[in-house]
Write a protein that binds this ligand. Structure first.
Ligand SMILES: Cc1cn([C@H]2C[C@H](O)[C@@H](COP(=O)(O)OP(=O)(O)O[C@H]3O[C@@H](C)C(=O)[C@@H](O)[C@H]3O)O2)c(=O)[nH]c1=O
Length: 176
């Protein structure tokens, strides 16, 4: 498993070792021991989430506040997304900077989004099956969000504005 820290501290791109044979392939999609060895971070994932979306769907930018803050390990089981993590740790040297990387079933990349980040993704393929592990439980009262097109963040979501499909909740989010 290859771990590459992004320009944002504690935010990692993870690429698995894939073993191919006549039957297909095999890879470890998560190992707590390797994760902790490679990152020096402690995580304890307690909830797994899965969502399905069509082309143009943009989910984000989301986070949970306070004691319900969540780190997430995200990946794509089918299709391709542009995945975005925004550093919203006020004390961070990279406050309000973001990383955007393509995650697909084909490239099998994962992104580790630490606590203190907002997270979002947009679907680049016809369909996407999205899967992620969280280190804290969902708590509706702790939900927070930032509008995807916040000018301070200036995220290039790749698709045209008119192609984007957002939930009413996400359309009503405000700037940071
Ligand atoms: C996130 C979540 C939602 N739900 C419910 C609430 C709601 O009725 C329905 C859909 O919720 P949402 O519209 O918030 O789902 P969605 O827009 O997919 O939210 C997700 O977006 C990505 C970008 C993230 O980073 C995630 O942490 C999460 O916020 O599912 C849960 O029961 N548990 C959960 O953990």
């Amino acid at each position: 498993m290859k771990f590459t820290e992004t320009e944002l501290k504690d935010c990692y791109i993870i690429e698995p070792n894939v073993f191919e044979d006549d039957r297909g392939y095999f890879f470890e999609s998560f190992s707590q021991r390797i994760f902790e060895d490679q990152t020096g971070l402690k995580v304890n994932f307690v909830q797994d989430n899965q969502s399905r979306s069509s082309y143009g769907v943009l989910r984000g930018l989301h986070f949970q506040k306070g004691e319900y803050a969540q780190a997430k390990l995200v990946r794509v089981l089918e299709g391709e997304v542009l995945d975005v993590a925004v550093d919203i740790r006020p004390e961070s040297g990279t406050y309000l900077q973001h990383v955007a990387i393509k995650l697909s079933a084909e490239n099998k990349r994962q992104l580790f989004v630490p606590r203190g980040f907002a997270h979002g993704m947009v679907v680049l393929s016809e369909k996407v099956e999205f899967f992620y592990k969280c280190d804290n439980y969902y708590n509706k009262a702790s939900e927070g969000g930032i509008i995807y097109n916040d000018p301070k963040l200036n995220i290039d979501w790749i698709l045209k504005e008119k192609e984007l499909v957002l939930s009413d909740k996400d359309n009503k989010l405000t700037t940071i």
